[in-house]
Ligand binder design. Structure first.
Ligand code: PLP
Length: 385
């Protein structure tokens, strides 16, 4: 019996391996919740909020039903809505921009930095208008955005900063956890994230008690107490079963992030000249949600690796401003050249805690073969500088 015939030799992520390593703990927690019948909010959600806040080194955490909701409700908690502009980056997952649009505010985009692929702080000043209310930097790929200049410009213009930390659980910038820099931050527990649920989930973190309370009300029908509704709210609560399972997984997050760090170091060691490996700015401790290389012949390399049983991803093939869903923002091709060029060259290699050295070496050998076959074994500098 074989159920693995269609499985790649090196998957992009391996949630089955992760579950196998946790099955006893996860199954016990599931049974505890099912038998306890506390299915909405309750002690597991409250405990997970406390534990995640402690992990993030922040005062308050409020569970919600997704990272997208976390972004939207954080914006709403600051009263951001129609007529307001929120600046974010063209190189991100679409949810960053959608969350802004849901509130009625307008996403205003800036380009990415060519080395880090993160928001380029030097582009912010020219994007600020009298309507600008907030900046939403994204810690993309688990690499913290360059927060110092972002916070500096936000202070100067009296802007709210809401971090999209959906890919960066545990990352540090100058020794400090992401999620603690802005007025609030959003995390996602989408299954493939560094801390992933067995379904959807998200969290807003903040040091502002009032903001935390507002997000809590917004996520639970605007109620202060049961059946007393202060304002229009939503049903965006964090599922109790997911909270219980996330409590189990949170205990392993540091060890998983350390494994990702080791894998990134090995990739950097064994990947051939001819691909650009991720640059890590000084004073930054990324958590390697994704390991993104750059290579001009990306599509051919991706097909070659697929043939060799290596699954890869592209994050993201279409920048926000070129998404059909975002055409009303009024941008065109050419507006964000760094993001547009990267979109054609970036390739995310397999990255997850359970990845083996053998698998990494096999990926590197395969890339070396591809480059040799395409007559390009040397050439481009390996690390952008
Ligand atoms: C995953 C993600 C989101 C959205 O999170 P969901 O939990 O899927 O709603 C938002 N922004 C970024 C950068 C993400 O990677």
């Amino acid at each position: 019996m074989s159920t693995t015939t269609n499985q790649p030799r090196v998957p992009f992520v391996d949630l089955a391996a992760q579950y196998a390593s946790l099955a006893a703990e996860v199954n016990a927690a599931t049974e505890r919740v099912l038998r306890g019948t506390e299915y909405i909010l309750g002690s597991d959600v409250a405990a997970f909020e406390q534990e995640f806040a402690a992990y993030c080194e922040v005062d308050h955490a409020v569970g919600v039903d997704s990272g997208t909701s976390a972004l939207e409700l954080a914006l709403r908690a600051f009263g951001i809505g129609p007529g307001d502009e929120v600046i974010t980056v063209a190189n991100t997952f679409v949810a960053t921009a959608f969350a802004i649009s849901y509130t009625g505010a307008t996403p205003v985009l800036v380009d990415a930095d060519p080395i880090t692929h993160n928001i380029d702080p030097s582009q912010l000043a020219q994007a600020i208008t009298p309507r600008t209310r907030a900046i939403m930097p994204v810690h993309l790929y688990g690499q913290p955005a360059d927060m110092d200049p972002i916070l500096e410009i936000a202070r100067r213009h009296d802007l709210i900063v809401i971090e999209d930390a959906c890919q960066a659980h545990g990352a540090r910038y100058k020794g400090q956890r992401v999620g603690t820099f802005g007025h609030a931050a959003a995390f996602s527990f989408y299954p493939a994230k560094n801390l992933g649920a067995y379904g959807d989930g998200g969290m807003v973190v903040t040091n502002n008690a009032e903001v935390a309370e507002t997000v809590r009300r917004l996520s639970n029908y605007g109620q202060r107490e049961k059946y007393h509704h202060d304002h229009l709210g939503y049903n965006r609560r964090l599922d109790t079963l997911q909270a219980a399972l996330l409590r189990v997984k949170l205990q392993h997050l540091d060890e998983w992030n350390a494994a990702r760090r080791r894998h990134a170091a090995r990739y950097a060691e064994v990947l051939p000249e001819g691909v650009v490996i991720p640059a890590v700015p000084e004073d930054i401790e990324p958590v390697w949600h994704l390991y993104v290389i750059r290579v001009p012949e990306r599509d051919a390399l991706r097909a070659f690796l697929a043939q060799r049983g290596i699954a890869t991803g592209i994050h993201y093939p279409v920048p926000i401003h070129l998404q059909p869903a975002c055409q009303d923002l009024g941008y065109q091709r050419g507006h964000f050249p760094v993001t547009e060029e990267a979109a054609g060259q970036i390739l995310s290699l397999p990255m997850y805690a359970e990845l083996t050295n053998e698998a990494i070496d096999y990926v590197a050998t395969s890339i070396r073969e591809f480059l040799a076959q395409s007559g390009r074994s040397a050439g481009l500098a390996r690390v952008a500088d």
